[in-house]
Design a binder for this molecule. Sequence first.
Ligand code: FAD
Length: 589
Amino acid sequence: MVHKFDAIVVGAGGAGLRCALELSQHNFNVAVLSKLYPVRSHTGAAQGGVGAALGNEEPDSPEWHFFDTVKGSDYLGDQDAIEIMCEDAIETVLELEHFGLPFSRTPDGKIAQRPFGGHTSNFGEAPVKRACYAADRTGHMILHTLYEQCVKNQVRFFNEFYVLDLIVEGETCQGVIAYDLATGEVNVFQAKATMLATGGHGRAFSITSNAHTYTGDGMAICFRRGIPMEDMEFVQFHPTGMRKLGILVSEAARGEGGILRNREDLDNIGTGKDGFMAAIAPTIKDLAPRDVVSRAMYNEIKEGRGIAGTGDPGSDYLYLDLVHLGADTINTQLPDISHFARTYLAVEPIKEPIPVQPTTHYAMGGIPTDVEGRVLWDAKNKPVPGLYAAGEVACVSVHGANRLGTNSLVDIIVFGRRGGKDMVRYLQETEFSRMTGEPDAFIRGEIDRLQNGGGKEQVVDIRTNMQKVMMVECGVYRTKESLTKARDAIMELRQRYQQVSVADKRACFNTELMEAIELGFLLDSAWTIAESALIRNESRGAHSREDFPERDDENWLKHTFIHYVEDGKVKFDYKPVTITKFQPKPRVY
Ligand SMILES: Cc1cc2nc3c(=O)[nH]c(=O)nc-3n(C[C@H](O)[C@H](O)[C@H](O)COP(=O)(O)OP(=O)(O)OC[C@H]3O[C@@H](n4cnc5c(N)ncnc54)[C@H](O)[C@@H]3O)c2cc1C
């Protein structure tokens, strides 16, 4: 079936819905395609908060937010984009309030705010209350509020439609190819402008806070069409994943006063006394940025101070102590995560500490865009006409080498909205062009190979291998040796993937087929992450090379752009970091 819309938004998370809402306020024919029912998108799992310098609880300013984000990014974030984000944050959060988002409140009725990692007052002086929150369900509330507004504005939704390819004619994007899960039909969606808002790729790793659907689809779809990926080596590990499960315990728990403890510190549980982070980041302690805390935890464990004392970062863990906060704070400010601790770990956080270990959390890298959300063909900022990206799938880059907590929810609403506004401009200036050939032929061929190819490989084997190798060899710490191992293993798994076939041949709700396709996307992400990490011979933000432990501004203050050449072969080019106000300095917290 062929559909024709002025604009298509792929993804119904925060970024996609905010973009669709913007488009729906103009007289355009808009469709949102989502592989999930919209309110099941991962934005709904975000717990802690959305950062905006409202100053409701204590003095704050967008310039401090700007500085913290630049410093948090280890100076790799583009400062023009960061400044825009921190300024726009205020307006977009207030807009959400006016759309009806039920924020937690201060006693005098303003939006409540709490501290979060790396957010400070007066350029690093002390933690500041900047995260606007709705208990520990902030993302859930954002998602539902935006969905309601889209429904009110009669946005057209195609749910459980998997986008598998872009339609690119010459150098212009003309829409997408999507597989309808209910019928097995391959659909062509022609559009003048397309927004990709498909989220991250955390499922390339074995321990992750990310939803099962975080399979890097948008990134892989672009990469295969010759669009480069930016800064893929930067993958964030969040310090407090539940032990073995990776399920997130939000940083809001430390924002409320939670403290990390090692085995030498067990007597202090419930006392509120400082833990080991006080020696590593004397000013902001447990609220240091995530890369700093994750590395500190890894080192504590490696040096035998993990709770089990085994010295093995793969299996040992630490404690997150909330006991001193008391039942009231835990139950009212952190209801969901305390419920998770009870359900998944049989731990009562009011009485005992929660066992935690770092978990793969966020993709700083992704599809390169400018500050209007336009996707770029290369490091020289040449746009792909008709193609936009926003949210976790995109790299603007506002997070650089390490994202601060609360800055992704800001990113999705700010750049979803900006992308939507620029699409309006583009739609007003652009006519439909004629589609030629059979744009869906490639995808039909792929589906046919997976269903009828007769290969003997199983999706689950390849996926499990990939996730293990990425976690072990491409994790919190990396070396040339480990990354080469990861890259070679991924190349071999990509070969094996050619022999995958699915047993289920049906057309209706064939989730086995979808998992096979998602694995193909994940293998592309894993490949680009390993190659990009291997080439960056320095340590910066979340990318920690044991063989190059220092940050190297002389050679590496630049973004990596990885291009697909042919299977097994990539090439790189580089883009300078935009520096406007804050010159790179050593990071001290
Ligand atoms: C557990 C957890 C807690 C978090 N907490 C916070 C927090 O407190 N503060 C913060 O700032 N950030 C937080 N983050 C990060 C933040 O939530 C995400 O980065 C952000 O919500 C991503 O939004 P998005 O719109 O880009 O993608 P998503 O919300 O994930 O939406 C992606 C959409 O794309 C669709 N899609 C994907 N692939 C396809 C395809 N092939 N075809 C069709 N549709 C497709 C999906 O159906 C979905 O609708 C958290 C993340 C996690 C995992």
